[in-house]
Design a protein around this ligand. Structure first.
Ligand SMILES: Cc1cc2nc3c(=O)[nH]c(=O)nc-3n(C[C@H](O)[C@H](O)[C@H](O)COP(=O)(O)O)c2cc1C
Length: 319
């Protein structure tokens, strides 16, 4: 599959997720077969003011490429400026039109833009003129039950020159509640000639295969299904190719959890690693015996050595 000039090796993409899709997470997803990985959403205003926290989000390694850089903002000129600053960091630029978080909405960005299609047109036009990189948008199906306008937004995006679109078919007011409406992905695919990427409730290889079958989408984007479970990508690729799907052994889980931990430590140092890896390690042991006890204990750890020892002990006892 191709997004503009960017050729993807397979149709499985790792989603942009604020607080999750940092460099270590992306490397893990890449090593398990993701054809494209995305940064967390990056603020155009943060880039304009040269915020340190914003700049850190652009840290990257050759190994993870191709990399999609996702921007959010509400001002066409500022977004155009931002894209010039980040276009050399990745191979693709994505615009966030889906974030439902109140702080982002209040600033007029993310899914708030779905209420202003004219502004969406101006934003995409400005960004399209600022870069020749493949350009995509990621959006929700609408603002709320009374404003479901994903087809209108998608057609504007095509007219203004985007190369592909990603739909998470929930409205802003649904946040993450209920079920993603995959029928909307199907409708979108039927009405567009550019690639459509499906997102929403992809928690297993079987779900991924079903989304392809039910919607005809060109690629899928793995979000929460990748938490502590990068194998979902290999498994989906195997399933799609008609090969047997293999579950990771405890030894493999430990090896990947350890890798993730080391990558985090090397990237961010001990302090941030303690915060970040608590949730990831809990996800890696999910479903295993004594996982609840592990979760309780990991919240008590005060150093990365304690954390690493706890992980090793847990798996030594699990084997
Ligand atoms: C913690 C979290 C952070 C997210 N951050 C972003 C983001 O920065 N940009 C974005 O476009 N979507 C973001 N999303 C939405 C996901 O990319 C994805 O579209 C959504 O989770 C639906 O897929 P899923 O049900 O398979 O998780 C985020 C989702 C979660 C759970």
């Amino acid at each position: 599959m191709k997004i503009g000039s960017l050729k993807l090796e397979n149709p499985i993409i790792s989603a942009p997720m604020a607080g999750i899709s940092d460099l270590p997470y992306r490397l893990i997803m890449k090593r398990h077969g993701a054809a494209l990985v995305f940064t967390e959403m990056i603020s155009a205003n943060g880039l304009f003011f040269n915020g340190k926290a914003t700049r850190v989000l652009l840290n990257s390694r050759e190994e993870e490429h191709p990399l999609g850089v996702q921007l959010f903002g509400e001002d066409p000129e500022r977004l155009a400026e931002a894209v010039k600053q980040v276009e050399d960091c990745g191979e693709l630029i994505d615009l966030n039109l889906g974030c439902p978080v109140r702080k982002v909405i209040r600033s007029g960005a993310g899914s708030a833009l779905l209420r202003d299609p004219d502004k969406v047109a101006r934003i995409i036009s400005a960004v399209r003129h600022a870069t020749s990189r493949p350009l995509t948008i990621k959006f929700r199906s609408g603002w709320d039950h009374d404003l479901i306008n994903f087809l209108e937004i998608a057609h504007i995006a095509v007219e203004e020159g985007v190369d592909a679109v990603t739909l998470h078919p929930r409205t802003r007011s649904q946040m993450f509640g209920g079920q993603a409406d995959w029928q909307q992905i199907k409708k979108l695919k039927e009405s567009l000639s550019i690639p459509v990427i499906g997102s929403g409730d992809l928690f297993s290889a079987e779900c991924i295969k079903t989304m392809f079958e039910q919607t005809g989408c060109d690629a899928v984007m793995i979000g929460r299904g990748g938490y502590g479970n990068p194998w979902i990508i290999n498994q989906a690729l195997d399933l799609l190719a008609g090969r047997p799907v293999i579950q990771p052994s405890a030894t493999e889980r430990l090896a990947v959890a350890r890798d993730h931990f080391e990558l985090c430590l090397g990237t961010f140092g001990p302090r941030k690693t303690l915060g970040q890896m608590r949730k990831h390690l809990c996800w890696y042991v999910r479903g295993m015996e004594n996982a609840a006890e592990f979760r309780a204990q990991i919240n008590q750890t005060r150093t990365t050595t304690e954390m690493s020892d706890l992980l090793e002990d847990f798996f030594a006892n699990a084997a």
